[in-house]
Unconditional design. Sequence first.
Length: 198
Amino acid sequence: MVPSLLFALLLLDAAAPSASIAVESTRCDRTCGSTTVLYPFGFSAGCQILLNCSASGEVRLGTYLVRNVAASSLILDVSASCNRSIADAAVLFSDTLSMAASNALFLRNCTGSEGQECSIDTEIISKRLNQTSCGRTGDDIRCYSSGRTEGFYSKKNFTEMANRCKFLFTSLRYGRDAFNQSTLEFESAEVEWWLPGD
């Protein structure tokens, strides 16, 4: 009995280093500069929802600055940009993230008009956002909205937009303030998050 117990203890001792290596490989780094994010977010491969940490210590989702992390969503900065490829927005659609339906997207260099709800003169929106015009006259900015304030865009919706338009100019976020009043915020987007199985 004693030799069997001794053998079992030796096996456990030999297995211990490999167990600690397995735990270490799934470790999640939750700190970026002076900012710490809570589960399930983090900045390393062991995290459930991966964010980026810039060299200057900014928390980002892809190229988008994260303004706020809430119980079920992220608020992102989508500053107006004339030449931001719509492909950059692919990070907003994954197995654990999707852009909230309460956002309206402003897209450039689009073909066709199917599903587009509005077209805004480039000059008008550029002035509204204190930005120089994005292009030639007639290169209007197209609006895309789900028409809903709850739920989220599907990856299929995004793929259809990406096939028709080259650039994501900015986003408009619908929300509620502290007094439950409706608000519209340019250059902002809400991305809903969840964990697999939710």
